[in-house]
Design a protein around this ligand. Structure first.
Ligand code: NDP
Length: 393
């Protein structure tokens, strides 16, 4: 193993070399290398242990969160861009040191097959385009990392999973909360029994849909691009929370939808969704999503011996976890780490080590099955069972 301790040119100050009485860690007065300090952040993997990623769709999320996060990643590097706007792509490429020859558009995307630098394709397009670009990426022989929701129909998810299997490639859905340190710690404590048996999860995700001021909200109003409204976009965080905190799959859902009358934003997609899940253990979840309420991103779990609250729960940064148990109330401090770099690195490492990712396509499919059941319940005005059966096994 390599030793980074001050080496042969260092004076005998290093511990164990100086005899019992010499002061141990005093640096010399001349320029001299020092031992490896304690690291707060992991260093990148050794060269050759980083997979090349192509990001498809250079929108708000890709440019503000995803691409900057490669700087904190150990096992993933950005090597290619796919965009319908060449000028923007060239600008981004020049800032991130990406070769202009590694810029593709939606027509030339399939040529990525000839680019050995690209191992993983990260799809950050409007929801209804996820399925097509996943299939094309698999055809090009690449692994796929796909934004949430995985797709807009159950059938699309099934096709994506099958295409990956046929190609011998992996797919992971980008559920960043599963890698966010406060959420990870909350799940760890719940699994350890810190709040006893979980009986109830509540979670609310809401924001104002603002297509006039935010171009990223324009396609979110269009059903053929978004697939659904607040449920698909942010209610999916509430749903995920109920699943990862209970550790169970819901058997029954009841959903209600309320759209403000005559609001042009909600001609095609839903605004407010309140939905309940019943789990096999008898635990319940009371969940919501909204495009017309002031911002909220909150998750709570109530157990027989304690409770926890994540508020905010799913921000990009600055989340908080309060834990209440028989020992009292605690604001839990966790080591800060980029949830984006963590999820990307997890996938790169799964590919390199041929492991199944934490949130594979089947996870995205399950959410689609449940969200479809919420819509069905709202239409029928009664609780419905979740169609757990899928043609994909
Ligand atoms: P944006 O509208 O900001 O970006 C989407 C990009 O997709 C566009 O900039 C464009 O890139 C490309 N695109 C291709 N065709 C179209 C089209 N017909 N209409 C609009 N854009 C198109 O959206 P977001 O970045 O907010 O969302 C993208 C995806 O990321 C969604 O699936 C969303 O759910 C997900 N997301 C996930 C988040 C998370 O926290 N995990 C947070 C926010 C979004 P170009 O100009 O380069 O061609």
């Amino acid at each position: 193993m390599l030793s980074f301790r001050a080496g042969s040119n260092a004076p005998a100050f290093a511990k164990g070399e100086s005899g019992g009485s010499a002061p141990p860690d005093i640096p010399p007065s001349h320029p001299s290398g020092r031992p490896l300090p304690q690291l707060d952040k992991d260093m990148p993997s050794e060269p050759g242990r980083r997979l090349g990623w192509a990001v498809v769709g250079l929108g708000k999320f890709a440019l503000n969160q995803v691409i900057p996060s490669f700087a904190e990643s150990r096992s993933s590097k950005i090597v290619a861009l796919v965009s319908g706007n060449r000028q923007k792509a060239e600008h981004v490429a020049s800032r991130y040191g990406i070769a202009a020859s590694n810029i593709y558009d939606y027509d030339t995307f399939d040529r990525i097959a000839d680019n050995d630098e690209v191992d993983v394709v990260y799809i950050v397009l409007p929801n209804a385009l996820h399925a097509e670009y996943t299939s094309r990426a698999f055809k090009a022989g690449k692994h796929v990392f796909c934004e949430k929701p995985m797709a807009v129909t159950v059938e699309e998810c099934e096709t994506m999973i099958r295409a990956g299997r046929d190609a011998g490639k992996k797919i992971m859905v980008a559920y960043r909360a599963r890698f966010e340190p406060h959420n990870v710690e909350a799940v760890r404590r719940v699994r350890e029994g810190g709040i006893g048996r979980v009986r109830l999860v509540t979670s609310d995700h809401g924001r104002i849909l603002d297509p006039k001021n935010d171009p990223a909200d324009q396609w979110r109003m269009v059903k053929s691009l978004a697939g659904g409204g607040s449920l698909y976009d942010i209610g999916i965080y509430s749903l995920q929370a109920a699943r990862y905190l209970t550790g169970e799959e819901p058997v029954e859902v009841f959903g209600q939808i309320s759209n403000t009358q005559d609001d042009p934003r909600f001609r095609e997609v839903e605004d407010l969704v309140a939905f309940q899940l019943r789990f096999p253990s008898g635990a319940l979840a009371n969940l919501s999503s909204s495009y017309s309420t002031s911002p909220v991103k909150r998750i709570q779990a109530f157990g027989e011996r304690g409770s926890l609250i994540l508020d905010p729960a799913t921000e990009y940064e600055g989340n908080r976890l309060i834990f209440r148990s028989e020992k009292g109330r605690e604001e839990v401090k966790v080591k800060a780490a980029s949830q984006f770099a963590a999820e990307m690195d997890h996938f790169s490492e799964c590919v390199m080590e041929n492991r199944d990712p934490k949130t594979p396509g089947e996870e995205g499919l399950r959410d689609l099955l449940i969200m479809q059941a919420v819509y069905r319940s709202a239409r029928e005005g009664k609780p419905v069972s979740v169609e757990a059966e899928s043609s994909v096994r």
